[in-house]
Ligand binder design. Structure first.
Ligand code: 5GP
Ligand code: MN
Length: 338
């Protein structure tokens, strides 16, 4: 996003506008943090904006400032549809292709609003008039900080906005450990703490909010974990039955994929989660080093994401999906053993 774009966005925002802020399906901490941070920044500029998510998000995010103002598109929400229809500006955050917005896609595609994309995923699409895309960024939340900085409004960051931004940086960097975490990320985070983000309490609210059933699910995940040493690969399966027997709630399996990646020597980890409601197997993929799970998921599982973290899906049964997965691994043997 160059100075000209910022200047034009300032112009756009200089008068009253109907603004919608949206994000990807199955929103995570970065999606919810970035949309709510931008929403509250726009409030500070005097704008009323609406945050609309395609669907429900995890329980452990249900405390973030102004989270209760979010509209969810998927429960037949007429208000959400009419907000999108009357929008003059639509910010799309933390995704790079309208198909990532799930059931919202056709309503968004019909809109004549000015689209502004802020995102860090690979291979951004071209639907937006203004694109702030940086695949080197650890999180969309860090980009929201830089966007506010470019708008010359750093002093408008309230403790609540700082909290939202902190959540997304923390969750998307695996608590400041992934390669995308830079010295700039730490400087941004330091400033967020100075501006009122309570780091200890944010960590506790996100990571120490396990339910007993979630811990039991984690036990099942560990029990189901399989290692393929010749491919330096580990994968976990979770069947719908296992989820149902442990009162699964959205977000309960978040982070389980990293259990496989924590095994010494493992370079590629996946979790395959059966979703009978949607008739799919939802896949999360993670890697360390040079192996691109973005490419792997694009090529085989209708997904994508980042170099070391991606998602995808399969329309086969759980066992057929695993068979397919194991059958496509051989050509990757060298890459995984490098
Ligand atoms: P997760 O495995 O946590 O759902 O997602 C990992 C990363 O991949 C996130 O950045 C997420 O936005 C992206 N991602 C997840 N599922 C999909 C998908 O089906 N398609 C694409 N293109 N990206 C995905
Ligand atoms: Mn993100």
């Amino acid at each position: 996003m160059n100075d000209k774009d910022i200047h034009e966005i300032k112009e756009l925002l200089s008068s009253s506008k109907n603004i919608v802020i949206t994000t990807h399906k199955n929103p995570d901490g970065d999606a919810i943090g970035s949309t709510l941070a931008l929403h509250q920044y726009l409030s500070a500029l005097g704008h009323n904006s609406k945050v609309i998510t395609p669907n429900e998000y995890p329980e452990f995010l249900k405390w973030i400032p102004e989270e209760d103002s979010i509209l969810k598109f998927d429960n037949g929400n007429k208000t959400a549809i009419s907000e999108i229809e009357k929008a003059d500006i639509i910010f799309t955050l933390d995704f790079n292709h309208l198909s990532r917005s799930g059931e919202m896609e056709s309503t968004l595609a019909k809109s004549e609003a000015t689209f502004i994309m802020i995102d860090h995923h690979q291979q951004p699409d071209t639907y937006a008039k203004y694109v702030y895309s940086d695949t080197a960024m650890c999180s969309t939340c860090q980009m929201i900080y830089h966007f506010i900085e470019k708008m010359n409004d750093i002093d408008k960051i309230t403790p609540e906005i700082a909290t939202c931004i902190y959540v997304g940086i923390m969750t998307d960097t695996g608590s400041f450990r992934f390669r995308s975490t830079t010295s700039t990320t730490h400087r941004v985070v330091a400033d967020l703490i100075d501006k009122g983000a309570d780091n200890t309490s944010i960590h506790e609210r996100i990571y120490d909010s396990n339910t007993l059933s979630r811990l039991r699910l984690q036990g099942i995940a560990l029990n189901n974990l399989k290692v393929l040493p010749e491919y330096k690969t580990a994968y976990i399966t979770m069947s719908q039955k296992e989820l149902d027997q442990n009162s699964f709630k959205k977000g309960d399996t978040e982070g389980f994929v990293n259990l496989g990646l924590s095994i010494e020597g493992i370079k590629f980890a996946l979790i395959f989660i059966e979703n009978k409601g949607e008739g799919i197997i939802k896949i999360s993929l993670r890697s360390k080093g040079g192996f691109s799970v973005n490419e792997f998921s694009r090529n085989h599982f209708e997904g994508g994401g980042h170099h070391n973290a991606a998602g995808g899906k399969s329309n086969l049964s759980l066992s057929d999906t695993i068979d397919k997965f194991i059958s496509i691994l051989p050509p990757y043997k060298n890459a995984l053993n490098q």
